[in-house]
Design a protein around this ligand. Structure first.
Ligand SMILES: [Zn+2]
Length: 490
């Protein structure tokens, strides 16, 4: 089957550009996050915005969106823009005006089947047909769907996404030591029977507290043990059979490792399937816009902790990331995976760089002004001025980052990021020029004129101050590149 349609190969970013509902949600109030209810908040907003053109009576939300092309299959106004139908049947569905719509009615059996699979998987039942689909039973029988029989034998997409899990995707691993169901699909007896024919389920692994949906019904029906980290146990999951404690890692089978990755939630855990080099990441990592990212504005813990959780993943050899929401990612090799993760770490580490930049710049000024005779050199005075500017700039950005983290606001809008880029590059160039010119003067004093031996000046302090200035500039240079890269991404 056309795997390229379902998988984003990061080497071909261009083909994977799709607008992000998450970005859109980031612009909304943070209240919905605090209620731990971001997908539902999207639904509410859809229902709230009734177009004046719609009829005053009847359930207009369930009517055909005008953005659909003519034909049997259509998307109604209840779409939550979760992207499921678009990655399941990209030939049929596209995104128009913030929701899915049918861009082309299926013209062959394969496309029709994919469209019906998407219809069955839609968490809000927003995909509908004008005529009752006579072939819906055939589509139902195809679940769970193998992801890639050659590269990922025994790994299935369960479909039947649940609104209770904010539309999350559930997967099944058929494993010789007992099958594992990853997160909870919507409960349907037909899917339960199909899973039974594949050997049932030994463990139901819940990546975190958001994607638990009908876990109780599944556990009862299939007789499986549910696994969830104790930090994510809530009233509705109090009876899960296995509560993971501590920071792991834990093992579900010889080649199945559970890695604690706090950040999105305190008890977020990824499942690493060693033999197939696959990481099931839950909501820890996912594709946002056109790249791998974290859902920073929906984090329950500070971003620093999530960055540490990403760093933890560098030691594991996988080249697939199968997230709880949105598209799967396949890397060319482990090296490419590490490069992408390191870029992600770097991007979000700039938050940590700011205070350090400020501290090193201030230290450089402190040492320089304590050195006897610094005012005799214009270069040293210039260094103090430029480090002062850098310290103020970094301090302001550190405060802004802190404010954004506390209020869970997203600062990644084009205007702000452009401002950061200009400020970072200007201060970085000034700092480098000041550090280089001061270094030149120090060399002149020490080597050529011999002032350090004869004149009453503190050469060692000049050198220390200049070294601190170079460190501060280096940190700023990293931040400058990160903000420049961010500008390209927003
Ligand atoms: Zn989540």
């Amino acid at each position: 089957m056309a795997m390229a349609n379902n998988v984003i190969n990061l080497a071909t970013f261009v083909s994977s550009i799709f607008p992000s509902s998450v970005d859109k949600l980031k612009k909304k109030s943070s209240n919905s996050f605090q209620k731990n209810n971001f997908w539902v908040s999207r639904i509410s907003s859809v229902k709230a915005v009734k177009s004046p053109a719609e009829p005053a009576t009847g359930k207009w939300e369930r009517q055909r969106r005008p953005q659909n092309v003519d034909g049997d299959i259509f998307v109604d106004h209840t779409c939550i823009d979760c992207d499921t139908c678009r990655w399941m049947a990209p030939q049929v569905f596209t995104r128009v005006d913030g929701m899915s719509a049918v861009s082309k009615q299926p013209t062959c059996e394969e496309d029709r089947l994919k469209a019906l699979q998407a219809l069955l998987s839609c968490p809000t039942g927003s995909i509908r047909t004008e005529e009752p689909p006579a072939d819906i039973l055939d589509a139902q029988k195809t679940f769970p769907i193998p992801i890639d029989e050659k590269k990922l034998p025994g790994v299935y997409h369960c479909g039947y996404h649940s609104e209770k899990s904010y539309g999350a995707t559930s997967y099944l691993i058929v494993h010789p030591e007992g099958n594992i169901l990853i997160d909870s699909p919507r409960f349907t007896e037909r899917l339960a029977r199909e899973i039974e024919t594949l050997g049932g389920v030994r463990y139901m692994f819940l990546t975190h507290k958001d994607d638990v949906a009908d876990h109780g019904k599944w556990s009862k029906r299939l007789g499986c043990d549910r696994v969830l980290h104790s930090k994510d146990v809530e009233d509705c999951t109090i009876d899960v059979e296995i509560k993971l404690e501590g920071s792991g890692p834990w093992s579900l089978a010889d080649d199945i490792l559970l890695i604690h990755t706090p950040g999105h939630t305190e008890g977020s855990v990824c499942l690493f399937y060693k033999s197939l080099k696959v990481l099931f990441s839950g909501d820890h990592l996912m594709v946002t816009g056109s790249k791998l990212d974290i859902l920073e504005c929906f984090n329950r813990l500070p971003v620093d902790i999530q960055v540490e959780s990403i760093e933890k993943l560098l030691e594991f050899e996988f080249n697939w990331i199968i997230p709880g929401h949105r598209r799967r990612i396949v890397f060319k090799d482990v090296a490419e995976k590490n490069a992408v993760l390191e870029a992600l770490i770097q991007e979000h580490s700039s938050v940590r760089n700011r205070p350090l930049q400020c501290i090193f710049a201030a230290a450089s000024i402190g040492v320089m002004v304590s050195a006897h005779g610094f005012f005799n050199s214009t270069a040293f005075c210039y260094l103090i001025a430029s480090m002062g500017l850098q310290a103020l700039w970094s301090f302001a950005l550190a405060c802004l980052d802190l404010h954004a983290l506390r209020s869970k606001r997203n600062l990644q809008n084009p205007v702000l990021v452009s401002l950061f880029v200009v400020g970072d590059w200007v201060t970085a160039i000034l700092s480098l020029a000041a550090a280089c010119s001061s270094a030149g003067v120090t060399v002149l004093y020490a080597r050529d004129l011999g002032y350090c031996r004869s004149a009453p000046i503190s050469c060692s302090r000049f050198q220390t101050s200049i070294s601190l200035a170079f460190i501060s500039w280096f940190l700023l240079a990293i931040s400058s590149h990160v903000t420049f890269w961010l500008l390209a991404a927003v």
